[in-house]
Design a protein around this ligand. Structure first.
Ligand SMILES: [Zn+2]
Length: 194
């Protein structure tokens, strides 16, 4: 077989890209930017978000600066493969709200030749790794860690401070309950570590 032809007939390689950081770091904005560029290149794209995230819009992913992109709400990551037969680029926002089975699902999607973009919080408000993001970071080909600005000192912030009293790990629709903070100004109250 002609060598060039052989190269061209190889199956396309997929991969996993992660965009992670604290709240207010612009993760969704960056996800939307990458999805739009793929779309401009006439690639077939699809974006998903977990049911738990109902802020701003039921049918789009929306960044804090109000850029938006149409998305489909799913309850479980199991639903992604069947909706993506003819899709080349898959975006997943708020990945920290999915179960750990998301890890196997995106691995399988990337194995089958798809580009998988995953955006999510890498730490919770106590600065603990937010599952399943640690596992996804380990298997990804590309990782982009982006930063917010600390509201106290203006340094790059990679942590999320909860400024209201509540011990639930997930406090949805609550941008007012959080601030971006640097390591120095992120305060973990004793009772939050119990
Ligand atoms: Zn600071």
């Amino acid at each position: 077989m002609n060598e060039n032809l052989q190269i061209r007939t190889y199956k396309k390689t997929g991969h996993i890209e992660v965009i992670c950081g604290s709240m207010f770091s612009g993760k969704t904005e960056e996800l939307i930017r990458r999805i739009r560029r793929a779309e401009i290149a006439k690639q077939r794209v699809k974006v998903f978000k977990p049911k738990i995230d109902n802020r701003y819009s039921e049918f789009s992913i929306v960044s804090h600066n109000e850029q938006s992109y149409p998305s489909e709400i799913i309850e479980n990551a199991d639903e992604i493969p069947e909706k993506c037969f003819d899709v080349e680029v898959i975006g997943i926002d708020e990945a920290q709200f999915f179960d750990n089975n998301l890890v196997d699902i995106i691995q399988m999607l990337a194995d089958s030749g798809k580009r998988v973009l995953v955006a999510g919080l890498d730490q919770d408000y106590r600065a603990k790794p937010f599952e399943p993001m640690p596992q996804i970071l380990a298997i990804a080909e590309y990782i982009t860690k982006i930063h917010a600005v600390c509201v106290v000192c203006g340094a790059p912030a990679n942590r999320t401070q909860r400024v209201t009293e509540n011990k639930d790990r997930v406090l949805v629709g609550g941008e007012n309950h959080y601030e971006a903070r640097c390591r120095l100004h992120h305060i973990i109250k004793e009772k939050e570590n119990e």
